[in-house]
Design a binder for this molecule. Structure first.
Ligand code: FE2
Length: 575
């Protein structure tokens, strides 16, 4: 043990020597989240999304008093150039009923590009709240601004991050990168916190059937901060795994047991039906799983929103299955260099590859300087940092109930393998295929934005041959906990983030210190990503602050972080 303490001390000293100058503590601004939700006929608010240059989808749901009678309801929609509806622009009717869970989706057409538009719905004398939306700009576009967000888990806390986004005034769109809701019951992930905060999941059981998923969306959309955010900006969402079930792939999910939960295809169909009923998006003309789209922002950028779960993904390798087979260094090398690299392991699938190829070529051909990719899972290479020199047997035993998992992780960490096989790291050949298509299409200026991990990331994207492909920005969660924060290795998550940053060349910044969203502004020659954080999700009074900020250069070739040498979470105290 003495030996390990000595080594720990040495590493801490090494870090201090390489540390950047001290940063002053961030400026905190106090807020109280909106607490009032809509009620009555339009109790789930309004939303808009999937903008085109001349169109956008608007959404609401009605709650008729006699819903049990199942009579269809006629809903009137109205649009205007002003919030008071004095300058009316359009009006129409839509029908809804129980077959679509009383939701209403209307595609507004014949809009002007880049127009801000207000909309509302009416049934009889009952009006919805007023929503504001925006069509895609066309022609010369000097800047575009996005709020990038993911992993909004209702029981884990208040949606103060959504409250912050609702307060922004000049967003082009919210990019929700998935885990918009979670499938678990109250006896599982988040259940304890949910009980403490009065935010138990509804229904109380894990959601499996169509009615379960619908009820879960209804609960999330009854949240006042969610309603405020959706009413204010158009949404461009992609799903990750929890919209169906944890670690889903083409033919199943880690959290789906066909023995007790039935046919995976039936569950996936139910989950996607509810998704398309409740989300303000266009439904693909292809299969429901093939939910990939592109959005063009004038002469500035093309945003591609990709699908990495349900359409093509091969089953994940699970370390619980793999590690027992890795008995010698040769076994580890064979796994790392050949088993993992199996060419047949799929992520995007050929149809999506072809689509992205066309979208990238069109973007490059139109002279747009940027390609923005909305993506679910970490794309950069991230190996588990070797913890064995720093975590002692006493440390592990001190973890009490988590010690057996911690010991297994510490043992695994010395193998030098990717930390997350559910991420692109578990599909390196498929990642190379994506990089090749981007390279061949001339798609430089690429920024990949990523959710899933509940953790802040700024990463270089580097192909197998060492060439730079672009940059990746990973957003922290709205509420789900980060493994790099407090519940990992008995409170040593921050140290682990620091160690992981130091031992992975491609990582520029990694932190699980807060919840928040990425505020990304893209201009022709440069982009700026501000990681905007909130200091609590356990109360509706909170402070907002800037966790970090990164500039990205747009010169010839791949997008790069400006002043990359100065980046990195060099502050800190290691173990
Ligand atoms: Fe998540």
């Amino acid at each position: 043990m003495t030996n390990s303490i000595t080594r720990r001390t040495a590493l801490t000293a090494g870090l201090a020597a390489g540390a950047a100058s001290c940063t002053s503590s961030p400026k905190m601004t106090p807020f109280t989240a909106v607490t009032e939700a809509a009620g009555g006929m339009f109790a789930h608010g309004v939303a808009s999304g999937d903008p085109g240059p001349r169109s956008v989808v608007i959404w609401t749901r009605v709650s008729p008093a006699d819903a049990a009678n199942a009579m269809p309801v006629t809903v009137v929609w109205e649009t205007a150039a002003d919030e008071d509806f004095t300058d009316m622009r359009g009006k129409g009717e839509a029908q809804t009923g129980p077959a679509r869970d009383w939701t209403v989706k209307v595609e507004l057409t014949d809009l002007d590009p880049g127009a801000t538009l207000f909309y509302r719905f009416r049934v009889g004398d009952a009006y919805s709240s007023v929503g504001r939306t925006r069509s895609l700009p066309a022609g010369a576009v000097a800047r575009a601004r996005f709020a990038i967000v993911s992993c909004s888990n209702y029981p884990f806390g208040y949606f103060n991050v959504y409250d912050q986004i609702a307060r922004l005034d000049d967003l082009d769109a919210i990019l929700h990168l998935g885990d918009y809701l979670y499938e678990y019951g109250t006896d599982s992930y988040g259940g304890e916190v949910g009980a403490r905060l009065g935010r138990n999941h509804d229904p109380a059981h894990e959601i499996i059937a169509l009615d379960d998923y619908r009820r879960r969306y209804a609960q999330y959309r009854a949240d006042p901060a969610s309603q405020a955010m959706h009413a204010r900006h158009p949404l461009i969402p992609i799903w990750d795994d929890h919209e169906t079930s944890n670690n889903s792939w083409k033919d199943g999910a880690q959290n789906h047991d066909p023995e007790t939960e039935g046919d995976w295809n039936a569950r996936r169909r139910a989950a996607l039906q509810a998704y398309y009923e409740w989300m303000p998006v266009r439904e693909p003309s292809r299969s429901p799983e093939s939910f990939f789209r592109a959005f063009s922002y004038g002469d500035l950028l093309t945003l591609t929103a990709i699908e990495t779960r349900l359409m093509a993904r091969s089953r994940q390798f699970e370390y619980s299955e793999i590690v027992p087979t890795l008995k010698t260094p040769e076994d580890v090398a064979r796994f790392r260099e050949s088993i993992l690299w199996d060419e047949s392991r799929e992520m995007l699938g050929q149809a999506q590859i072809d689509y992205l190829d066309r979208a990238f070529r069109q973007s490059v051909g139109a002279g747009q300087p940027w390609r923005l990719v909305a993506n679910q899972i970490i794309m950069a290479r991230v190996n588990a940092a070797d913890l064995t020199p720093y975590v002692t047997e006493e440390d592990i035993v001190a973890l009490e109930e988590q010690w057996d998992q911690a010991r297994a992780f510490v043992e695994f960490s010395k193998l030098g393998l990717p930390v997350n096989l559910d991420a692109w790291d578990g599909y390196p050949a498929a990642r190379e295929r994506f990089y090749s298509l981007a390279r061949e299409a001339g798609a430089d200026g690429m920024i990949v934005v990523t959710g899933d991990t509940h953790t802040w990331w700024a990463n270089d994207l580097i192909a197998r041959d060492g060439s730079a492909m672009g940059v990746e920005l990973g957003t922290a969660s709205v509420t789900s906990p980060s493994p790099y924060r407090d519940d990992f290795l008995g409170g040593k998550g921050a140290d682990y983030a620091l160690l992981t940053t130091r031992e992975n060349e491609d990582i520029r910044y990694l932190s699980g210190a807060s919840h928040g969203f990425i505020d990304l502004t893209i201009e022709r020659d440069a982009a700026r990503a501000v990681f905007r954080a909130v200091d609590t999700i356990e109360a509706q009074s909170y402070n907002a602050y800037e966790q970090a900020a990164f500039d990205i250069d747009r010169k010839e070739g791949p997008a790069r972080f400006a002043d990359a040498d100065g980046l990195g979470f060099k502050q800190g105290f290691l173990f």
